[in-house]
Design a protein around this ligand. Structure first.
Ligand SMILES: [Zn+2]
Length: 74
């Protein structure tokens, strides 16, 4: 995964492509939770494929499919 192209939302911890972000004025917003703060350095990436059956999803309290970063460096 090329760093720089992706950012992690500091609220829902979802990893997003910069171009996926909603542009509002000079701010970028997370299309999932509306947060406008992102971290470009992150680690411990988890992919949740099947939230209903995933132990990780339960642990993270995520109920959706997606790519998440557990550790954000801001
Ligand atoms: Zn978010």
């Amino acid at each position: 995964m090329a760093r720089g192209k992706y950012v992690a939302c500091t609220k829902c911890k979802r990893i997003l492509l910069r171009k996926e972000l909603i542009q509002e004025g000079n701010k970028s917003k997370c299309p999932f939770c509306g947060n406008d703060k992102f971290a470009s350095n992150y680690s411990n990436i988890v992919l949740i494929l099947n939230p209903q059956k995933s132990q990780v999803a339960r642990l993270l309290q995520k109920e959706e499919y997606g790519l998440f970063a557990l550790t954000l460096e801001t």
